[in-house]
Design a protein around this ligand. Structure first.
Ligand SMILES: Cc1ncc(COP(=O)(O)O)c(C=O)c1O
Length: 392
């Protein structure tokens, strides 16, 4: 490996949510958390160098998407996703969650409804409900630890004339599906037929495990005119704290509405440091990303093998993308609070409670596997020991 994915990095006293806001009894314990979706790895050194140079320059003024910036994001989408972007499709926001809220306000009225597929990344709920819109959910169906879209249900829900928008998570957090081009085509056709605009949150689009392929929603035949595609450097290169996302809206009318609401929400600048980080990441970060994917894939394999051989009472969803593992622990028979306490106090594991992502997540845990393998091994061994003691 050219890059370092093994050193344990002390992130305490940096304000990191994962560390400095970790609940007791784990805070300060030295245990590496597997909660919030950022990574326990340094960003690519090429990015760190560009950020340091930008800092030394010293003028942290208002900054926009200049030629070098647009060229870098276009190059990345072309080479990594085989997607040609036009300059004027681009809108900056200071995060994808912010873009979801902007889209809800831009494309719906207060009496309208917004469709999501559950379980899903928890801010999808807030983007709808906290903006005063009605939430309509279509539950993903689970079979043999794999999730699928219930297309009959999705179609029935999309046919409700009050439903104006679909928030699509592609790849899907927390269940790790990388939707196939066929599935995306079916979603697109249903939405076009029913006048439902699609917001495709593709923040995990670069984190695709070997053997799978991500398709940008706008590349699906007929979809470009009916969608907003949300991308970012944040998940791919561990740069979430730079608060910068690249949103693409190919259709002019939709873009006007989205841009207006983005402007009202105070968007317009590319954060100064993010400009330099983005250019470095998208022009020099491909090799680092390839190594990262092999490390995350290895971590998934460790979890699958360990659980299959030593904790067979649990099931792990086979992740096709993201660095998030979705683990079914319902067989422990613990109530919601009891399972939380068991993980924190007995297994000494800081992970996410599956119920955060919707009621169907009760009894599940989400583990963030972007951490050094040794730390993951230690967590699995602690879990095994806690389960053995629990069963005594
Ligand atoms: C699906 C999804 N969308 C958006 C975000 C967060 O995006 P941002 O930090 O750009 O607001 C996350 C973070 O975990 C995510 O998983």
């Amino acid at each position: 490996m050219k890059y370092d994915f093994t050193t344990k990095i002390d992130r305490s006293n940096t304000g990191a949510f994962k560390y400095d806001f970790m609940p007791e009894p784990l805070r300060g314990s030295g245990i590496v958390p597997m909660t919030v979706a950022d990574m326990e790895f340094s960003a690519p050194p090429e990015v760190n160098e560009a950020v340091a140079q930008a800092a030394y320059h010293g003028c942290y003024g208002y900054t926009g998407a200049d030629r070098a910036y647009l060229d870098a994001i276009k190059l990345w989408q072309r080479t990594r996703h085989d997607w040609e972007i036009e300059d004027d499709w681009y809108v900056v926001t200071n995060g994808v969650v912010q873009a979801l809220g902007i889209a809800v306000r831009a494309f719906t009225e207060p009496e309208d409804s917004v469709l999501i597929m559950t379980p899903v990344y928890h801010p999808f709920y807030g983007a709808v409900e906290d903006n005063g819109r009605k939430l309509v959910t279509s539950a993903l169906t689970e079979k043999d630890a794999r999730y699928e879209i219930d297309f009959d249900d999705l179609e029935a829900k999309a046919a409700d004339p009050r439903v104006k928008l679909l928030l699509l998570c592609s790849p899907h957090n927390p269940i790790g599906r990388v939707w196939s081009a066929d599935e995306l085509k079916r979603i697109s056709d249903i939405c076009i037929k029913n006048g439902v605009v699609v917001v495709s949150d593709e923040i995990h689009n670069d984190l695709i495990m070997p053997g799978y392929a991500h398709t940008t929603f706008a590349k699906i035949e007929g979809a470009a005119d009916n969608c907003i595609v949300c991308t970012a450097i944040s998940k791919t290169f561990n740069l979430a704290g730079l608060s910068c996302s690249n949103i693409f809206v190919p259709n002019e009318e939709l873009r006007k509405r989205f841009s207006k609401e983005a402007s009202v929400s105070g968007c317009g600048c590319v954060p100064y440091i993010a400009r330099f980080a983005t250019i470095a990441a998208y022009t020099k970060g491909a090799e680092w990303l390839d190594e990262l994917i092999s490390v995350v894939d290895g971590n998934f394999r460790l979890v699958y093998d360990f659980i299959a051989s030593r904790l067979p009472e649990f099931n792990v969803t086979k992740a096709e993308g993201t660095y998030l593992a979705w683990i079914d622990m319902r067989s422990l028979g613990l109530g919601h609070e009891e399972l939380n306490a068991f993980m924190a106090e007995k297994a000494m594991i800081a992970d996410n409670d599956g119920e955060m992502f919707g009621i169907a997540g009760d009894g599940f845990r989400r583990w963030n596997l972007a951490l050094p393998r040794k730390e993951l091994e230690a967590a699995l061994i602690r879990l095994e020991k806690a389960v053995k003691e629990f069963k005594k």
